[in-house]
Design a protein around this ligand. Structure first.
Ligand SMILES: NC(=O)C1=CN([C@@H]2O[C@H](COP(=O)(O)OP(=O)(O)OC[C@H]3O[C@@H](n4cnc5c(N)ncnc54)[C@H](OP(=O)(O)O)[C@@H]3O)[C@@H](O)[C@H]2O)C=CC1
Ligand SMILES: O=C(O)C1=N[C@H](C(=O)O)C[C@H](O)C1
Length: 276
């Protein structure tokens, strides 16, 4: 029987509780009628350890102290939401796999080896992993699939993303997902056709390649545009995030869904039923 069927809250732990997303996630967990914050975790040495998680998120006291050790609170957690750093998420996946605690992962910038850790962890527990938890971006992936199939390689595709100056990885996880959606629809592997930025004597554009470009500045929350540049016409599919809460609310929705799934790796399109 699921937590919901028993009429209880789903106990959610948040990693990176003091981060831009962590604070939003604490608020989103408390806003969702099915979920309740049961643990908030920060890195060792963080000045926030010992603080009240609700006060960190500016939503008032919750009586949950920020801790620096996931293992110490793992038994209090049904689903762990992790938007932090690749190295931290890598360790957390191993702890969750060992304790069979479900995860919702938003961290971007994984190495190939870290993607392998995710694959192994998902044999033991249910994990949603997505570079973007907004409904709009996941819908855009479907539109990109349609556009890529319609144009094939008759259109030159360029992906442009823009984010705040604090972002430490590039291109964004969303830009990768979008480029992958186009490549897959055209029967290509992204690694064979991606062209990251351009500089110097590049030569003429090669048909079938996908250009990917990252802009960083100010406090841009997250903008993505994919251009299909064909002879005589250009189609642009653009998504602009207006508030981080759209990602946080999506991740909490994913938490309410993943608690009912078998071990395995899922994405936000699975959560939204867009893959049915
Ligand atoms: N999938 C999606 O929809 C979205 C994904 N993201 C991704 O989420 C990630 C976080 O983004 P953002 O919130 O802006 O970044 P922040 O730097 O604001 O937040 C990261 C938080 O994680 C903390 N942290 C670092 N190491 C550990 C650790 N070992 N254990 C626990 N906490 C730790 C940091 O602490 P400290 O600062 O003290 O080091 C910080 O509070 C990025 O990878 C970003 O790309 C962001 C938005 C949406
Ligand atoms: O770091 C961010 O802020 C964001 N990261 C995600 C990504 O890398 O795609 C999602 C969103 O665009 C915000």
């Amino acid at each position: 029987m699921t937590q919901q069927a028993k009429g209880q809250f789903i106990n959610v732990g948040v990693i990176g509780a003091g981060g831009r997303m962590g604070r939003m996630l604490i608020e989103a967990v408390q806003d969702n009628p099915q979920t309740s914050l049961s643990a908030a975790i920060e890195r060792q040495g963080s000045s926030l350890v010992g603080a009240d998680a609700g006060e960190v998120a500016a939503i008032g006291r919750l009586g949950i102290q920020v801790v620096d050790d996931l293992s110490a609170v793992i038994d209090d957690i049904d689903v762990l939401i992790d938007f932090s750093l690749p190295d931290a998420t890598e360790q957390n996946m191993q702890i969750c796999a060992e304790h069979q605690v479900a995860m919702v992962i938003g961290t971007t910038g994984f190495s190939t080896q870290q993607e392998q850790v995710l694959f192994e962890a998902s044999k033991h527990t249910a994990i949603v992993y997505a570079g973007n938890y907004s409904t709009g971006v996941n819908l855009s992936l479907k539109l990109l699939n349609m556009a890529a199939k319609a144009f094939g390689t008759d259109a030159d595709v360029e992906v442009i993303e823009a984010h705040h100056k604090h972002k430490i990885d590039a291109p964004s996880g969303t830009a990768y997902m979008m480029a992958e959606a186009v490549a897959e629809a055209r029967g290509q592997h992204l690694k064979d056709v991606a062209n990251y930025g351009r500089e110097g004597q590049t030569g003429a554009r090669e048909t079938g390649t996908i250009g990917i470009h990252a802009i960083r500045g100010g406090e841009i929350i997250g903008d993505h545009t994919v251009m299909f540049i064909a002879d005589g016409e250009v189609v642009e599919i653009t998504h602009r995030a207006r508030a981080r809460m759209t990602f946080a609310a999506g991740a909490v929705r994913a938490a309410t869904w993943i608690i009912q799934q078998q071990a395995g790796q899922y994405n936000m399109q699975d959560v939204l039923g867009l893959n049915e």
